[in-house]
Each structure stands twice: as C-alpha cells, then as structure tokens.
Design a protein around this ligand. Structure first.
Ligand code: MRU
Length: 354
C-alpha cells in the first residue's frame, strides 16, 4: 500500500498558471489546503509565515519563486533579465535568515543564470525552470539516501525521539530525520516514535504527529519538557533531528529546543543524530557562533495558539526560532553521501567529495 503522506507534494510548480503551489502548513492538522501563490510578495510571505517551512522545502520554494519572478520580467536582453532576477533573488533572500538552503538554492539559480550567458531571454527562462525542477527532484533522492544511511544506525523496535518536523512536508519527499522512519516502516522495523510538541509553533504536535499518524507509524506526542522522563524510563534508543545549518566544526542550528534535547541525550547516553543534506552544510560558517538566529514576534509565545492571551499584556518576550547544538553533543551527521563523525572539520568536507 502506498504511504498516504509521502505522496503529498508540499511544494510544486504549476508552470502553466505561473503559480507556486504549497501545502499550507500553518493550518495543519485541522485542514489540508494548498495555496496557489502568484505574486512574489505572497511567496515571500508564505516562507516568512511558515506556510512552507523546513530547510529543504524553503530552498525549493525559493528556487521556484526565483524562476517565477524572472518569468514575469518583460526584459528583452540577457543583461536586463539578470537585473530583474537579482532583485527577485535579493528580495526572497530576506524572508528567513537561518536555513542556509534558502541561500544555497538562490545561489544555485544565479549560477545557472550565469551559465546561460549570451542566450536569449526565453532560453534563460527555460533554464531557470529546469534548474528549479532539478532542485526539487534531487531533494527526493537525497532524502531517500539520508534515510537509508540513518536506518543503518537503528534497530527494529527502537524508541526514537524527534524534535520539530523534519518530515516529508519539510522536503520534496520522505524528510530528513523522518526518512529512516518511513523507510524502516516499509521494512517492518516497528519503531516507536516520540514527537516533541516543539514550542512555540508546535511543528511536532501539528506536523510530525500528524504525518506519522497518517502514515501508520506508532507515534506518541509529548510536551517538550517530557523528553527527560521518556529518556530516563528507557523509552528512547536514539534521537533523530533535522537541521537548518551545519557549521564547518559540526555545530548545528535547528529548531529552538534541539540543543536541550542533545544535552539530555548525552546525560542518558543516548545517541543523537543530525540528518542533513549537503545543501544544509555551510563550510563557510566556521562555528555555530557565525550562524544568524532568527528572532520571531512575541505573539507566537503569548497568544498565537490560544483563544485568550496566555501572558500579561505587553510582557517582554524573547523568541529565538533556532538554537545551536554544540558539535560535542552530536554522535553523527547523516548526509546523502554517508555519515560524518567527529572531528567534523575533517569528515564534513569529505562528504562533498564522495
Ligand atoms: O521554523 P521551521 O519550522 O522552518 O524550522 C524547521 C526545522 O527546524 C527543521 O528541523 C529543519 O528545517 C529541518 S527540515 C528537514
């Protein structure tokens, strides 16, 4: 039987209608609705508002956005089209700062543009379409490969804990941290998955629990502050998380709360794996200190999910969307080309060569 979740296309191009179609992740699990985005501002907003989210899906959406933005241009020469393309690219790059996949995908689109130097406007537009479609299609294969490598670290029947959502809807297909769970399910591994709810935007509760439940995986939702007790009770044999940016020394930025989970895993002697495509590894960032952490609005903490505000009016808040897990807490970084182990300054560059 086909898995009803991994067939969902959370980001896709409808070229005939000049539209980017995204699964609106802000209304899940109550509604499954797809947004049809034609204006560049709407694509920017969909990324900023997390309607499309998860590092690889953000990259794919940005690539399609860059293509659709260039397609709209009325420029008649290569040079004029490049100017318009650059404006689109620079604008989309301001939507979210932490996931490097956004910049990686936009730069890849620019490189493709440059490779087409001297070609007609129509030819360049066709090349940009091809490149954006390639970014999406490659991500599917990459996630599957990450899943296979990660599965080699796990044993049937294990309890797994995950934070945020690094699943099929955060990527082209399968996800990163959830890919081994889907592949394991096909092989009868019977994992028991614990999903942290992931305050404040509840990606674990709204998205991971929904995804895994729809797929028929044994999933148990816990509040973030329950990770310690399930570890202490022996329910967790490995932690798997996704990632938004890996620095050259292995420090990894992921959804806020991830570093706390890693500290707990170390305490309880549980392996902690980061699953990340090479497009998430930023060797230009020397350490986690060089990763820009996105700060988000107060209402996400105080009122967003409640009928009434759950904090005093105008209370000061601090709402960083990501934190950095120190490389010393990471057992291994699983990429499509294999698993990198410490020292990461040596093992990560090798991943790009295999
Ligand atoms: O703010 P979000 O929901 O985009 O954050 C997403 C995460 O932190 C994911 O774990 C990460 O992007 C990996 S998705 C495969």
């Amino acid at each position: 039987m086909q898995n009803p979740v991994t067939v969902i296309q959370s980001v896709r191009l409808d070229d005939e209608n000049d539209t980017l179609v995204v699964l609106n992740q802000t209304v899940l699990p109550n509604e499954t609705n797809f947004l049809e985005l034609r204006e560049l501002e709407d694509i920017w907003d969909a990324i900023y508002q997390l309607k499309v989210r998860g590092a690889p899906a953000i990259g794919i959406a940005a690539a399609y956005g860059a293509y659709l933005g260039a397609k709209k241009s009325i420029a008649e020469t290569y040079e004029a089209l490049f100017e318009d393309f650059k404006k689109v690219k620079d604008y989309l790059a301001t939507s979210r700062p932490t996931a490097v996949n956004l910049f990686w995908a936009l730069n890849r689109m620019e490189n493709r543009f440059k490779q087409e130097a001297g070609k007609s406007v129509a030819e360049v537009k066709a090349a940009l379409k091809e490149e954006s479609e390639a970014i999406r299609a490659e991500d599917e294969k990459i996630c599957e490969a990450i899943g296979e490598h990660a599965l080699s670290l796990l044993e049937p029947g294990w309890g797994l804990l995950t934070h945020c959502n690094a699943g099929t809807i955060a990527t082209a297909k399968y996800g990163t941290a959830l890919a081994p769970i889907y592949l394991g399910q096909e092989k009868g591994y019977n994992f028991k998955v614990y999903a942290d709810e992931t305050r404040p935007l509840l990606q674990g509760a709204r998205l991971t629990a929904w995804e895994l439940q729809q797929a028929g995986v044994d999933v148990t939702l816990i509040c973030d502050n329950m990770a310690s007790i399930v570890m202490k009770e022996g329910k967790i044999q490995a932690v798997l998380v996704g990632c938004d940016r890996v620095a050259a020394n292995g420090d990894s930025a992921n959804k806020i709360g991830t570093s706390g989970v890693a500290i707990l895993a170390k305490h309880y002697n549980i392996p902690f794996y980061v699953c990340a495509p090479l497009s998430t590894i930023d060797l230009e960032c020397k350490t986690g200190d060089d990763i820009q952490i996105e700060l988000r609005p107060s209402e996400e903490i105080t009122s967003k999910w409640y009928e009434k505000p759950m904090a005093p009016e105008a209370v000061q808040t601090y709402n960083p969307a990501f934190d950095v897990t120190d490389h010393s807490l990471i057992t291994g970084i699983v990429t499509e080309n294999g698993i990198a182990y410490a020292p990461y300054t040596e093992s990560l560059p090798k991943m790009f060569k295999s």
